[in-house]
Design a protein around this ligand. Structure first.
Ligand code: ADP
Ligand code: MG
Ligand code: MG
Length: 889
């Protein structure tokens, strides 16, 4: 096994072996771009390290030494030299980038001798000693686990003593003193002398990088981002010869994106710092200058940067995120990776790169993360409302979107409150990688320091969380849990709103509005509509829902839940009357009224979806769901009795009696769905009649309506045939009455396990199937969704007993098998049978890909998820060309 690859040896495509950073450096070396010489220790070695009980393979250090000799040759510098020392950085890098998750050590190779060599060679002792103190701090932190604050105390003390505020103003004597103090801190921590031998330093650093792979921060990040072993298993280590951005005014370091990651426009976007070393920009210690100014500061280097951006984009066919350093006028590249962008940026660059002929339409679709598009469908502040609120301060707009919540200044508190469902805006001076868990739980992030490429900005953008950084007028006092601007104070718990698109912070909880779909997004949706084969329908129960669904590209309704129509304020009373009716006459009177209401709803919905199929599901929930909760009702009765409201008490008591009669121990598996239809045929009769009557009205008006009737909770062909008889007799009745033929498909849900097992029988009567994967998942696992999601499911995922929440993404092995079985046996009986899915999985990208592969006709998703479903369906068609070529319904 080859353990180490010099940058001119490695396969730049093999990110799994070399890590993303290593592969990028190999590829750039191959492209003849100015990468400082270096090498990668593979991720395989990291795995070996853990298999060997945290010991490096025996031959590794000799391999490393050979490669360091190679660097010596290329750079002309010497390892551990007193005259011209070679220094390196030791950097982590897994297969997928985990920004800021693991630490890098810079300037390794320094000791009390080599520092003098560096001083002499550079003719700049201040630079040499500055590099030395940075090295000890990073080494102490990463290898020995020393807390940053220990070092900061020394640094701040030295600044105070010298009476300066900037790190860069520290003189040599101060720096020497700092180095000596730093070493003492490390020695106190380890009880040993600070290591002076550069080779020993490398060995310790490599071990520390491997160690950081299983560090808490890294584990949490992988968990949260679903980075499984198959995606990234271990980190590589990069040893790179140092180039110095901190050698003087002709040196600099920077981070840029080849396009603006916030909106996708084609401009080089980012920041740099003159006379600084890498970490300074990323950590936001000093706020950088905008890269456009580099044009004036260092025109030759800017030109090289611009040419490099072009070249890398052409090569990778993706916008890049680049790290560079300029050492005394010479330009070097230290990293490139595909830029993480928000959804606006991704969509715009997809469309632009097609126009620029960098990529084709298929690539434009597949490079998107369907799930990320959700950001485009997020709400923004209502412009009409903004004027009613006071803006507090303006910072740098780092990640777009509006978020409101209560101000919290403490990372731990923000995490806890967020976990408890409180909307929180995390406010900090700056953030560090260890703060990332709080990002997940916060609605938005606000910092007073740092620029657009600071830690907070990068992480928030990756997550699609609204974020404002560099709000320098905001004085934050974390101790006292408050912040202020010119005397206006915000305390912990006060509501604020941040607009990550404008950078403005407001006081109060500003109402938000629906987003508009941009022309770029429309373009992507248009291409996706053409590329996809599977149908995308909506789960919509109201005419408004149907309209939104259609605007978003929905082609029909896969699930119209009729019970939702009874929940309206003008209906619930009627429905309760129906349940309470004492005899059949009374009941039919109420049903007649309900029938009229349903009929008019159906007319509106069918009109909104003219030309497309609308699947109407008959009543599904148990009747007691419509009655008041018995416990609350009993309390109400008690209160009424105290007030001597006799007639009201009597009335309530009757309802209570009925509610108690109907109550069930396990309603999800109780008297619901078709079972209600069997025992109360008059309800299903009313609903079926309403659908037929609606069709009559629309047919007369020449509206192309295509309703279908679907029966929930079917478990046997006997049940289905029983309802089919009712359907047939009503069809007959309405057709005779209006003297017209009416076609309404009659089908069933497949959501009970037995239905999937006997789908061949059901298909003899059912003209279509629709998989109700919510109930099917409950039944397959015997998991009651309401109970498990709040109780043990998270722990199951943590302990890796389940890879994903089966209520979010279809459990392909279990529930998926039932679906496959249902499709095969259904279509054996009825060739080309329309089979869809209407569970919430219908809006989940990975489930959609499964549905495409298994030959489903369509998926049905909630109206707001339709654009996501359309893109995911197109991706499935492009990625699985063997699974058919023709359009399905
Ligand atoms: P991260 O993965 O957190 O970005 P990096 O390994 O890329 O960590 O390094 C952190 C910073 O140090 C970056 O700004 C990078 O450009 C800089 N850096 C790393 N190696 C060198 C080097 N050999 N010379 C100069 N700067 C370096
Ligand atoms: Mg980096
Ligand atoms: Mg169901």
């Amino acid at each position: 096994m080859k353990q180490v690859y010099f940058y001119d040896e490695g396969d730049g495509k093999n990110k799994k072996l070399l890590g993303g950073k290593g592969a990028g450096l190999c590829e750039m070396t191959r492209l003849k771009l100015p990468v400082p010489p270096g090498f990668t220790i593979t991720t395989e070695v990291c795995k070996k390290y853990y298999e060997n009980n945290k010991k490096l393979p025996k031959t590794l250090m000799s391999e490393i030494k050979k490669n360091i000799a190679k660097i010596e040759k290329k750079t002309g510098k010497k390892w551990n030299s007193k005259t011209n020392p070679l220094l390196v950085s030791v950097r982590s890098g897994a297969a997928v980038s985990m920004p800021g998750m693991m630490d890098t050590i810079l300037n390794l190779g320094l000791n009390d001798d080599t520092v003098n060599g560096l001083a002499e060679k550079s003719q700049n002792p201040r630079f040499a000693w500055d590099s030395y103190r940075r090295f000890i701090q990073l080494f102490g932190k990463v290898v020995f686990g020393v807390d940053d604050t220990e070092f900061d105390k020394v640094l701040n003390g030295a600044k105070a003593k010298q009476n300066v505020t900037e790190d860069s103003a520290l003189n040599i004597n101060s720096l020497k003193e700092i180095v000596s103090q730093y070493k003492k801190i490390c020695e106190k921590q380890t009880g040993k002398k600070f290591p002076t031998d550069p080779t020993q330093q490398v060995e310790l650093a490599v071990k520390a990088v491997f160690g950081s792979w299983m560090g808490e921060r890294a584990i949490v990040y992988r968990e949260r981002n679903n980075i499984t072993k198959s995606i990234a298993d271990g980190t590589a280590v990069n040893v790179v010869s140092m180039v110095f951005g901190n050698i003087g005014e002709d040196s600099a370091t920077g981070v840029v994106f080849t396009r603006n990651p916030g909106d996708g426009t084609k401009v080089i976007y980012g920041e740099y710092l003159i006379n600084a070393q890498g970490e300074d920009v990323v950590a936001g210690v000093r706020t950088g200058k905008l890269v456009s100014e580099l044009k004036k500061d260092m025109p030759a280097s800017y030109k090289q940067l611009a040419a490099t951006c072009e070249k890398l984009e052409k090569h990778y066919k993706e916008p890049q995120d680049i790290e560079f350093t300029i050492e005394q006028g010479t330009f070097y590249l230290l990293q490139t990776r595909n830029a993480k962008m928000n959804a606006v940026g991704m969509v715009k660059t997809s469309v632009d790169m097609v126009k620029e002929k960098l990529i084709d339409k298929n690539k434009a679709i597949t490079r998107l993360q369907a799930e990320q598009l959700e950001q485009l469908l997020h709400r923004t502040m209502d412009p009409k409302e903004i004027k009613n609120y006071k803006s507090l301060v303006k910072g740098i707009a780092a990640s777009p979107g509006a978020a409101s919540g209560i101000a919290v200044f403490d990372v731990k508190r923000a995490t806890e409150m967020g976990e408890n469902g409180v909307k929180v805006i995390l406010i900090r001076e700056e953030t560090k990688p260890e703060d990332v868990p709080a990002f997940f739980e916060s609605a938005g992030i606000l910092t007073s320091r740092g620029g657009k490429t600071s830690h907070a900005a990068v992480v928030a953008r990756g997550m699609g969380k609204p974020c404002i950084v560099g709000c320098s007028n905001l004085k934050i006092d974390s101790e006292d849990k408050q912040c202020s601007v010119d005397g206006t104070v915000v305390h912990e718990g006060d509501s604020i709103t941040i607009d990550g698109s404008s950078g403005i912070v407001y006081i109060g909880d500003i109402p938000t509005i629906e987003p508009k779909i941009t022309s770029d997004f429309k373009q992507i949706l248009e291409w996706s509509q053409k590329a996809k084969l599977i149908g995308v329908r909506a789960n919509a129960d109201t005419p408004d829902g149907a309209k939104i669904a259609r605007e978003f590209g929905g082609q029909g309704i896969g699930l119209c839940r009729t019970e939702r129509m009874f929940n309206g304020a003008d209906r619930i009373g009627l429905f309760v009357d129906m349940i309470m009716a004492e005899n059949i006459e009374e009941r039919s009177k109420v049903l007649k009224k309900l029938g009229e209401l349903q009929k008019s709803d159906f007319i509106e919905i069918l009109k909104a979806m003219e030309g497309y199929e609308v699947t109407i599901r008959l009543l599904d929930p148990p009747l007691h769901e419509f009655l008041p909760n018995p416990v609350e009702l009993a309390e109400k009765i008690h209160k009424l009795e105290l007030k001597n409201a006799t007639s009201e008490v009597n009335e309530a008591k009757i309802v209570l009696k009925r509610a108690k009669e109907l109550a069930e121990v396990n309603p999800m598996m109780g008297h619901r769905g078709v079972r209600v239809g069997v025992t109360h045929p008059e309800i299903y009769e009313m609903q079926i009649r309403a659908v037929f009557e609606a069709l009559v009205v629309l047919t007369k008006k020449k509206v192309k309506a295509h309703p279908q009737i679907m029966i929930p909770q079917i478990s046997s062909i006997e049940e289905l045939n029983h309802i089919k008889k009712i359907y047939d007799s009503i069809k007959n009745e309405v057709e005779t009455k209006h003297k017209m033929k009416l076609k309404i498909n009659f089908g069933t849900m497949i959501e009970v396990v037995r239905a999937a097992l006997t789908a061949n029988e059901l298909a003899t009567t059912a003209e279509f199937f629709s998989f109700g994967t919510n109930d099917l998942t409950q039944g397959t696992f015997s998991f009651s969704r309401e109970d498990v999601e709040g109780k043990f499911l998270p722990e199951y995922m943590e302990k890796e007993l389940l890879e994903r929440n089966p209520f979010q993404s279809i459990d392909e092995n279990g529930v998926g098998s039932l679906i496959k079985m249902g499709i095969a046996s259904g279509r054996k009986v009825r060739k080309n049978m329309e089979i869809g899915i209407c569970g919430e999985h219908g809006g989940d990208p990975s489930s959609i890909k499964f549905c495409h592969a298994e030959g489903l006709s369509y998926v049905s998703a909630s109206p707001h998820r339709i654009p996501i479903a359309v893109v995911a369906a197109a991706q499935a068609a492009i990625e699985q060309p063997k699974k058919g070529k023709s359009k399905r319904k």
